[in-house]
Design a protein around this ligand. Sequence first.
Ligand code: CTP
Length: 217
Amino acid sequence: MRVLITAGPTYEPIDPVRFIGNHSTGKMGYALAEVFAENGAQVTLISGPTNLPDPANPQIRTTRVETAAQMYAAAAAAAPTADVWVFAAAVADYRPRDVAPNKIKKDGDTLTLELVKNVDIAAALGQTKRAEQFSVGFALETNDEEAHAQGKLRRKNFDLIVLNSLRDPGAGFRHDTNKVTLLDAAGQKTIFELKPKSAVAHDIVRTVFACLSLRNA
Ligand code: CTP
């Protein structure tokens, strides 16, 4: 089995020293890479900037990228030959329209940046997904969690979506733990307890394998 995983944040440059980013650590995506590899998969891990070392497991090939455009290019290259896609990255939705060639100097009391939309990696690849491929997305929500997650499941052609609510203490960014609800395209919903991200990764991988074996039954 071949698995493609996106992980971590993206950094969208403003000038040579500044960027727009987010607090994603990459831990959930890296934990998933380890668990898929332990289960025999060949993993392509496409990672935005993180403080995590490249996984040592030889079955995991790590590609480092910075921007959403670079992450899309790397993911699009790996997607056609991957059986499972996992979009765990926190991709910046917008980037500065112009990247200043030199450091922007502090003049004036306000500074306006014009932002343009980035490619939605999961949605764009979702349109190319073949019947035998399986796509997993993430949704980090603060309100109307299930409705938003169901909307993303459909819009991005996911087979499974991992929902975290920021209303749950210990879930989401900057924690070593996570509390997730898994929703699949067939309408099945499973709520898990708060646990370490490595244990959450096992739950997600088990669920992917269960969905695939049901599909092939
Ligand atoms: N995603 C992606 N490329 C993007 C944005 C999101 O691949 N440019 C993926 C994420 O990796 C995640 C899923 O899409 O698996 C949902 O991400 P999220 O940011 O919650 O979705 P958005 O469509 O950006 O919705 P929102 O308006 O809530 O930000």
